[in-house]
Design a protein around this ligand. Structure first.
Ligand SMILES: Nc1nc2c(ncn2[C@@H]2O[C@H](COP(=O)(O)OP(=O)(O)OP(=O)(O)O)[C@@H](O)[C@H]2O)c(=O)[nH]1
Ligand SMILES: [Mg+2]
Length: 359
């Protein structure tokens, strides 16, 4: 699963990309004139993994990850940059909104920037719909095919919504309709996290951001979240460790780095949850889309395990921690369940798959 960083030029995308992925790409106050693309992997901090790792003392501890792409900034009113496959392929968008004042760019206006970006996403989708509708019309005139007539009906409806400035995120589709338009990878349909990149001095007011910038209506939209970070301060936090970091965070009034929350928000935005596997060799979090069946979850560990799937031994994280990782005790308490291939794995469950490798 992949998240795409999007936003106006100089909003702090690359600074945030570095924080999310632990990279060290140069950031610049002034435009280098080069459009660069960076890709990386973000690790999702998870106190449950830390706890399990402390219990099982494995050789290796592995956190859930997702991919991140950082692209050049989108200029106001300039949609061309949106038409790249990196944006189109992203499963969700992380919109970095400049909320710090900058001499070169003036006062921050997060609400305006969010609305402007939404408009660009909507207009980009409208262009795609209009182009496709022209072709469909010509094709149907030549020869009437039912699938094309159906697709035309859906697109006409979407066109109306987009013209009314409604993002496709907010349009309810039947499963059939959703399937029919999946190939278009519409931008305004992707879940979006508007991440306000705050001035250091504003961290104390972070809890009232929505009210302060008048973002109530935006926050209530489907598939939309509002978050915040002060990227420049987080870069300093990331340089510190242990007690030094704790003291620095406490001075800012934070219990943990703000980037942790951004990472978990992105993970949730992508519709992902984690199940865990535990053992002497490895304690590991496995990201799966919410609603994944046990057999498919097994397949993320190894395709052979999915193929030879017999049963999943499943238990809850809280129950396992309560008995200090003693599975025998869980079994005695009846807290170790055996589930079949269609069982829907829930966030935080510990799974052990029984399988038969066969020939
Ligand atoms: N004051 C302040 N400056 C920031 C913050 N985040 C980033 N900057 C500065 O803003 C400038 C641009 O940051 P980048 O991360 O390169 O921004 P970008 O969005 O990737 O820029 P482009 O890729 O050129 O569009 C740099 O000088 C950063 O140091 C912040 O939270 N506060
Ligand atoms: Mg950049």
């Amino acid at each position: 699963m992949k998240i795409g960083l999007i936003g106006l030029a100089k909003s702090g995308k690359t600074t945030l990309f570095n924080l999310l992925t632990g990279s060290n790409i140069a950031t610049a106050r002034y435009d280098s004139g080069r459009a660069e693309l960076h890709t990386g992997v973000a690790r999702v901090p998870d106190p449950r993994v830390d706890r399990l790792s402390a219990l099982f003392k494995p050789k290796k501890t592995t956190y859930a990850t997702f991919e991140v792409v950082d692209l050049a900034g989108i200029a106001r009113g300039e949609r061309a940059g949106l038409d790249t496959k990196e944006f189109r392929n992203a499963d969700a968008l992380l919109h970095v909104v400049r909320t710090f004042a900058d001499e070169a760019q003036g006062a921050a206006a997060p609400k305006r920037d969010i609305e402007d970006l939404e408009t660009e996403l909507i207009l980009a989708d409208l262009e795609v719909v209009e182009r496709r509708l022209e072709r469909l019309e010509a094709s149907i005139k030549k020869q009437r095919k039912d699938v094309e007539v159906k697709e035309q009906a859906i697109l006409v409806r979407l066109k109306g919504e987009l013209e009314g400035e409604t993002a496709l995120r907010a349009v309810t589709l039947t499963p059939d309709e959703a399937r029919a338009i999946r190939g278009y990878t519409f931008l305004s349909q992707k879940p979006i996290l508007h991440c306000l990149n705050l001035d250091e001095k504003a961290i104390g007011e972070a809890a009232q951001l929505v009210e302060r910038f008048g973002l109530e209506a935006i926050a209530g939209r489907p598939g939309t979240r509002i978050g915040w970070v002060s990227a420049i301060i987080e870069a300093e936090v990331a340089q510190l460790a242990g007690e030094e970091q704790r003291v620095f965070l406490a001075d800012l009034g934070l219990d943990e780095p703000a980037i942790h929350r951004v990472l978990s928000d992105c993970f949730a935005l992508l519709g992902l949850v984690s199940f865990f596997t535990v053992g002497e060799d490895e304690v590991r979090a496995w990201p799966i889309p919410a609603g994944t069946r046990a057999q498919d979850a097994a397949g993320t560990v190894h395709s052979d395990i999915a193929r030879g799937f017999i049963r999943a031994e499943v238990n809850r994280y809280d129950d396992l921690v309560a008995v200090d990782g003693a599975f025998a005790e869980l079994r005695a308490k009846g807290q170790l369940r055996l589930e079949g291939k269609d069982y829907v794995v829930r966030d935080g469950e510990i799974c052990h798959f029984r399988f038969n490798v066969g020939k």
